[in-house]
Design a protein around this ligand. Structure first.
Ligand code: F6R
Ligand code: MG
Ligand code: MG
Length: 366
């Protein structure tokens, strides 16, 4: 049976700053979907990570389906009305366009989708991150899908020895999708050369080379490219199919132990460690740290099993402590050097005027 998985997320308002949505807001989105989806969808899950509400759909309409995207858009619009009525902060923040026009891509919400023939047991992981951007997944994906030091399946499983094909997007190109396909392991150094720069090159998808099946889909939206100004970080979602010819769940989770330093954190302008958190976690210290949640599911005929919270385990408490120490360490140097993002990442914010007025006051000494 061919199934489409669609993950669509948006920040439509939150309580107490950019922290988390209210329960009533999440319930409103759920209620809207329950009332308006019959006949279109097979199943739905709604959760939040920081100030972002994520909708996960299963259906048989394929990727980029207009009706499915419109349903998600309308659910976020309905939620925004409640967020405004409740007085939530940043109500409708990620809904950057007034009217729906065929696809939700390019309208603000982040989208990751994949279509595949459902396996007899179809395990997959749904990741949602807040206070960071899509390049945050570059390193964990590189390690899980190319490096036997992190993914022993690459040497132990005959189904994985052919390696994986990476589709990488140049997110600086705003008029069209500019992508390159590279094969691991032969093109490993080229993949690394691109993924080292997560603000410019982002993994969009990964396919198995043994059976050509899709393994990974990442949302690649850059909000500032749509809005032309700073309107929050892009808070990416990701779908990863696991087991059999794909890495095992634990092989995909493993690299998140590194808590890599990523772009985001306070005002989307800093560098901070990516902390693996439980599902439905809020934001706290320094509007961060950047967080990522992971929910594991199986699906059968498109129906979700109950969710399993992959980072809700005593093991990850120690990793969270390490991330806290890392966050405190980098925060000690405030705005200085690597703690704050380079000008190219800040240029959509208010600093542009400051730099312009300072520039006029420079003199060239004779
Ligand atoms: C980062 C984020 C927050 C805000 C900050 C200022 O993605 O959402 O760190 O940038 O709280 O928010 P405003 O400008 O809304 O007061
Ligand atoms: Mg926000
Ligand atoms: Mg957010």
């Amino acid at each position: 049976m061919k199934i489409t998985l669609s993950a669509i997320k948006a920040d439509i308002g939150s309580v107490g700053g950019h922290i988390q949505p209210t329960k009533s807001l999440v319930d409103r989105v759920k209620q809207f979907l329950a009332e308006n989806s019959p006949g279109l969808l097979i199943d739905t899950q709604v959760s939040y990570t920081g100030d972002d509400i994520a909708i996960l759909f299963t259906h048989d309409k394929g990727v980029s389906n207009e009706q499915v995207h419109k349903l998600a858009w309308d659910a976020f619009v309905a939620g925004t009305e409640l967020a405004k009525a409740e007085g939530l902060y940043g109500a409708g923040q990620d809904l950057l366009k007034d009217a729906f026009s065929g696809t939700i891509k390019g309208m603000g919400p982040a989208v990751a989708e994949m279509e595949f023939d459902e396996r007899p047991g179809e395990p997959f992981l749904f990741f949602a991150a807040d206070k960071t951007d899509p390049g945050a997944y570059n390193l964990p994906l590189y390690l899980a899908f190319t490096d036997p030091m992190y993914c022993p399946g690459l040497i132990l499983s005959p189904k994985m020895t052919a390696g994986f094909r990476f589709t990488i997007m140049d997110v600086s190109c705003t008029d069209a999708d500019r992508v390159i396909q590279l094969n691991a392991p032969e093109d490993l150094y080229d993949i690394a050369a691109l993924l080292r720069d997560p603000e410019r090159f982002v993994v969009e998808s990964i396919h198995s080379r043994s059976d050509n099946e899709i393994a990974v889909s990442v949302s690649t939206t850059r909000l500032h490219n749509i809005a032309g100004k700073y309107v929050g970080k892009d808070d990416p979602v990701m779908l990863v199919r696991v087991q059999s010819s794909f890495p095992a769940t634990g092989e995909v989770l493993g690299p998140f132990c590194i808590t890599p330093l990523v772009a985001g954190f306070m005002r989307g302008s800093h560098t901070g460690p990516l902390m693996p958190v439980k599902r439905n976690s809020p934001i706290s210290y320094f509007d961060g740290p950047p967080i990522v949640s992971c929910t594991a599911y199986c699906i059968r005929n498109g129906k979700f099993t109950e969710p399993s919270d992959a980072f809700d385990h005593p093991f990850w408490d120690e990793i969270r402590r390490q991330a806290t120490r890392k966050a405190l360490n980098i925060r000690r140097q405030g705005f200085f050097g690597a703690a704050m993002l380079p000008y190219s990442e800040l240029e959509y914010g208010g600093i542009v005027d400051k730099m312009k007025s300072l520039d006029e006051r420079f003199v060239v000494r004779k």
